[in-house]
Write a protein that binds this ligand. Structure first.
Ligand code: NDP
Length: 339
């Protein structure tokens, strides 16, 4: 079975790539630079016969994926993860929203035109496409796959955080609208995780270029928040290994067709909970954290929205590891990277 994986240099995608190869898939990946391609090839040299790549330097360019989707032997499926996730932007439209939306529509168009053998495209969306940040801690609410973030294009232009949230919501919407309108020969499934934590792959990541969702943990350990922890943002999380697994299961399981999957642990996280785990498992860092604890373990005192992950468990067979294991494995990986 042959898969095209976009954005393979990413935190989540590097785990997907490793799992695909271990399961015997033939994989072509796309990355933006030759340097990243070579790092991935070197890390997976024992699977060289299963692996090739195509450079896609700019996913916004019309036809960017046209060459990547054409292959002999042809592809059975596509996992589309490439999308900007960082807040270091001055122009949310150009740097976040357009790449997310045009990248997603672009891969669907390319598959429709040039890859008739593709049966399913799994798209990395986000809890950001579900979560209504304006409702805050929203006690009594249980988020499910039926929920959509009401954020608009205009709100997305206001600042980088809104731009990211709008990029994910609008890109996912565009994908569902494409399938509805075009009725292509493939179906789609989306993976909608909240904050994704866990060990980065050292051959493609570094402390200097750590992915966005793991940055907070590095900052805490480096004592950057000794004066007080920042707001946790959301209180839901998933381990990167679970998110990677979900992408592959959503390709493999026939019943995943045309469904969104909220891939989230039921266990809350807060920044206070993260530093508590680090102080317990790695006492050498305990003096890097604020002396005053956040009330209620850093969770909203009025109560907090919940998440229903039953679809992921029933259709994909997902299970979720505890926060302590995830944070511990992340810190072990950061130490291996030179922390
Ligand atoms: P990374 O930043 O590690 O990965 C992002 C990937 O997308 C990289 O391969 C990156 O390439 C590529 N990319 C970004 N912008 C562009 C662009 N303009 N053109 C081409 N490629 C681009 O982040 P994650 O692994 O965390 O994110 C992967 C996906 O998961 C994204 O779609 C993200 O929105 C989603 N997601 C992540 C969550 C998280 O907490 N981590 C939560 C929910 C969803 P390069 O390496 O060259 O920069």
């Amino acid at each position: 079975t042959r898969i095209l994986l976009t954005g393979a240099s990413g935190f989540i995608a590097s785990h997907i790539l490793e799992k695909l190869l271990a399961r015997g898939y033939s994989v072509r990946f796309t990355v933006r630079s030759e340097d990243k391609a070579q790092k991935l090839l070197a890390a997976h040299s024992s699977h060289a016969s299963q692996l090739d790549y195509v450079l896609v330097p700019d996913i916004v360019v019309p036809g960017a994926f046209d060459a990547a989707v054409q292959s002999d032997p042809p592809f059975d499926g596509i996992l589309h993860t490439a999308s900007p996730f960082h807040f270091n932007v001055t122009d949310p439209q150009k740097q976040l929203m357009e790449p997310a939306i045009q990248g997603t529509v672009g891969i669907l168009q390319a598959a429709q035109k040039y890859a008739p053998s593709v049966k399913r495209i799994v798209i990395t969306s986000s809890f950001a496409a579900i979560f209504d940040a304006a409702q805050g801690s929203y006690p009594g609410k249980t988020y499910t796959e039926a929920d959509w973030n009401p954020i608009t294009w205009e709100t997305g232009l206001e600042n980088p955080l809104n731009g990211y949230r709008a990029s994910k919501k609008l890109a996912e919407k565009a994908a569902w609208e494409f399938v509805e309108r075009e009725k292509p020969g493939f179906d789609i499934a989306t993976i909608n995780p909240p904050m994704v934590f866990g060990p980065p792959k050292p051959y493609i990541s570094s402390l200097e270029s750590l992915n966005t969702s793991n940055e907070r943990t590095l900052n805490f350990i480096r004592g950057k928040c000794k004066q007080g922890l920042p707001h946790s943002g959301v209180f839901l999380w998933t381990d990167v290994r679970e998110v990677a697994e979900a992408h592959i299961l959503a390709f493999e399981k026939p019943d995943a067709a045309n469904k969104r999957f909220l891939i989230s642990s039921n266990e809350y996280f807060s920044n206070q909970m993260i530093v508590d785990i680090i102080a317990k498992c790695f006492p050498e860092y305990a003096d890097q954290f604020p002396e005053v604890r956040e009330p209620n373990d850093g969770l909203p005192e009025e109560g907090c929205y919940k998440v229903d992950n039953s679809r992921s468990r029933e259709i994909l067979g997902m299970s979720y590891r505890p926060l302590e294991e995830c944070v511990r494995d992340l810190v072990v990986a950061l130490k291996e990277m030179g922390l």
